[in-house]
Structures are given as structure tokens and as C-alpha cells.
Design a protein around this ligand. Structure first.
Ligand code: GDP
Length: 195
């Protein structure tokens, strides 16, 4: 699909603010600073519609982006930022849980992780938690331009082991800077939404 028309529908704080529409939704989850805003901007061909955060952990709203009236990207606050309090971390969790449990529009979950490092305890917790809710997320490894080719296999293996994945080929290797992985992911979205 060619994406030209995207707009922010609403920044929601809780379920009362979720938009009332029939659009299928693609939920985006990832640690603060994983490159989630850059990912959205890359996918929708915009420089800065989704804020790229110089202050990690700042965005605390759920942002709903209408993409071509075809589907909606739902951008959750990043989790796992060390400087937020335990209470705030719980709030994030409640926010995500509330969305996943209540939202009938939810169609796919994209779980972004940073390819430079092993999945963190938070990443593993979120992944396992999705599985428990019978959700198999698409795993997108970001910032691959920062990893040496020689380390690819090792890093992929770490993700497979941490998340107990069946097929390493299911991991989408992505870079906003190098524009890698975009076509592959667009192919998956096309199959789901253009049929
Ligand atoms: P968010 O907090 O998850 O929304 O992350 P951002 O999109 O704001 O990105 C966090 C930082 O990582 C910024 O400095 C981005 O420029 C950088 N970044 C994001 N994606 C990439 C990428 O694919 N490659 C590189 N090298 N840096 C990236």
C-alpha cells in the first residue's frame, strides 16, 4: 500500500477517550527509546508526525493514527524507563492491559525491541504477558544499522531464546535510518488489510 494520508485521531489517556470507529487497530509496544516514533514516521512516510522523544518516558498518552482510513496505528507509551516511579510503571501496565482486554478493534500487536541489546527483563515480561493473552506479536528488531553484520546471528539467537520463538525468520529486522524492513512489514500489513 502507498501511504499518503495519515492523521492523529486522538491522544487518549483511558478507554473513555478511545475513538469510536470500525477501523482495525495495530498496537505498537516497546521500551522507551526503542525507536517507536521513528518506526511510525518511517512506516507512514512522515518526518515527524509521531514525536521522536529526546526525553524518554515522556509520552503518556495512547495515540491513535488513522492510516488511509484502512487501519489505525495505536502508539502506547514506552515501558521500562528506569527513571519513572513504580507507580507510574504500574499505570503504564494498566493502560496497556485495559486496551488489550477491552478493545475489539485490536487486530495485530507489533512488539518493538532494540536489536543492539539482548531483550530486557521488561521486554520478556511484556512478550510473555501477550502470549498469556493468546496474542502472538510481530517482533520488530529496531536500529539494525547500529549492529555489525557479524553480530546478526548472535543477536537473532538471543531474541529467539528470550521469547522462545519458533522461527527466527519471523523477526523483522528494521532500521528507520537505513529504511530497512519497511517493505517486508508493509507486505504483511497489505496481506491483512488489503484483502
Ligand atoms: P521512542 O522513544 O521509542 O519513540 O524512540 P524514538 O523514535 O524517539 O528514537 C529514540 C532514539 O533512537 C532517537 O535518537 C532516534 O533518532 C534513534 N533511532 C530511532 N530509530 C533508529 C534507527 O533505526 N537507527 C538509529 N541508528 N537510530 C534510531
Amino acid at each position: 500500500m502507498k501511504i499518503n494520508n495519515v492523521h492523529l485521531i486522538i491522544s487518549a489517556v483511558n478507554a473513555k477517550h478511545y475513538p469510536q470507529h470500525d477501523l482495525p487497530e495495530v498496537l505498537l509496544l516497546g521500551r522507551s527509546n526503542v525507536g517507536k516514533s521513528s518506526f511510525i514516521n518511517t512506516m507512514i512516510n512522515r518526518k515527524a508526525l509521531a514525536r521522536t522523544s529526546s526525553q524518554p518516558g515522556k509520552t503518556r498518552t495512547i495515540n491513535f493514527y488513522n492510516v488511509e482510513d484502512l487501519f489505525c496505528f495505536v502508539d502506547m507509551p514506552g515501558y521500562g524507563y528506569a527513571k519513572v516511579s513504580r507507580e507510574e510503571r504500574k499505570d503504564f501496565k494498566r493502560m496497556i492491559e485495559e486496551y488489550i482486554k477491552k478493545r475489539e478493534n485490536l487486530t495485530i500487536v507489533i512488539h518493538l525491541i532494540d536489536f543492539r541489546h539482548e531483550p530486557t527483563a521488561d521486554d520478556i515480561e511484556v512478550h510473555n504477558w501477550l502470549r498469556k493473552m493468546d496474542i502472538t506479536p510481530i517482533v520488530v528488531a529496531t536500529k539494525i544499522d547500529k549492529v555489525k553484520n557479524n553480530d546478526y546471528r548472535k543477536n537473532i539467537k538471543q531474541i529467539v531464546q528470550a521469547f522462545d520463538l519458533e522461527d527466527p525468520e519471523d523477526i523483522i529486522l528494521f532500521s528507520s535510518t537505513a529504511k530497512r524492513g519497511k517493505e517486508e512489514l508493509m507486505g504483511i500489513l497489505d496481506e491483512i488489510f488489503l484483502d
